[in-house]
Design a protein around this ligand. Structure first.
Ligand code: ATR
Length: 287
């Protein structure tokens, strides 16, 4: 059954962020609910930092099914929740909240979503991969944790500020072999790396002429992946493609983080293909 009308049984979901006007999450989730015949609706809530606590109370008071959380609230929302899932605790950030009879649990589906997208779109075997992760911020933490859980035997974390990379490597060292280094040291390890992943914002619109790693380090045998999806093809991915490397963009991560959230909320498998289709269509229409 394909529903389109709201009624008194409709369960409401949404995304909290500031700014939020360009979020593609509402069209993606509403399309998914409709596809699966679920009586639910999803909207975008513009919530400032001062309003965040009140907004979380509102989830309980109004009985929302759950929310996504985006910039700048992914860390700040954590103390207002009742429970934090282990992955979110280790990533240090929450992007999905599930409301179960007034008990709010925070999850992080960014890292899981990224790894699901990487595996499905490249078919890579992560259990033999040697990964260079560029960046040591929140996004890098979630991705590093999930890569370790997938059995990646060795992860190098390189960051402009090497101290942050070394600190993150220490934390993640509990899960697999992880080595932190400065960006200026990557020349020494490039020959043994099979996947390069950019988790920084370097190359994101409007700074599309920037790239996080010198072109001379790229080669044919690599998979090069960028978490950025605006633009769809970053300078890093263009240069990787030009030297024959396989490339993987950030759009899949967006789709799959949404898919994982959908599955947490509904207990049903997410209709990935229609979600991807409608987001692509919206990016083409609105740039
Ligand atoms: P997020 O949660 O999106 O990962 P973050 O925690 O602010 O955001 O982390 C941003 C990451 O991008 C960091 O690794 C940052 O490097 P520093 O730790 O040295 O700040 C990296 N980054 C941001 N802008 C950068 C730039 N212009 N050049 C190199 N690295 C940059």
């Amino acid at each position: 059954m394909k529903r389109s009308l709201l009624d008194s049984q409709t369960v409401l979901y949404g995304v909290l962020g500031d700014p939020i006007g360009h979020s593609r999450s509402p069209i993606m989730h509403n399309r998914a609910f409709r596809e699966c015949g679920i009586n639910a609706a999803y909207t975008a809530f513009h919530v400032t930092a001062e309003q965040l606590h009140g907004a979380v109370e509102g989830i309980r008071a109004l009985g929302l099914g759950g929310v996504n959380v985006t910039i700048p609230h992914k860390v700040e929302i954590m103390p207002y929740l009742d429970k934090i899932d282990e992955g979110a605790r280790i990533a240090g950030a929450v992007n999905t909240v599930v409301n179960q009879n007034g008990v709010l649990t925070g999850y992080n589906t960014d890292g899981i979503g990224y790894v699901r997208s990487l595996k499905e779109e490249t078919g890579v075997d992560l259990t033999t991969a040697r990964v260079l992760l560029i960046g040591a911020g929140g996004a890098a933490r979630g991705v590093a944790y999930e890569l370790a859980r997938e059995g990646v035997p060795c992860i190098y974390i390189a960051n402009r500020t090497s101290k942050r990379a070394v600190e993150l490597a220490e934390v993640m060292g509990k899960y697999t072999e992880v080595i932190g280094l400065g960006m200026d040291e990557i020349g020494d390890i490039m020959h043994e790396v099979s996947i390069v992943i950019n988790t920084t914002s370097v190359g994101m619109s409007p700074h599309v002429d920037l790239t996080p790693i010198p072109e001379e380090y790229l080669h044919q045998g690599l998979i090069v992946s960028d978490l950025i999806y605006n633009p769809r093809v970053t300078r890093l991915l263009r240069e990787a493609e030009a030297c024959g490397a396989r490339t993987h963009g950030g759009l899949g991560m967006f789709i799959f983080q949404g898919a994982c959230a959908f599955e947490l909320w509904t207990g049903k498998p997410a209709p990935i293909e229609v979600m991807r289709e409608i987001v692509l269509e919206s990016l083409q229409n609105r740039g």
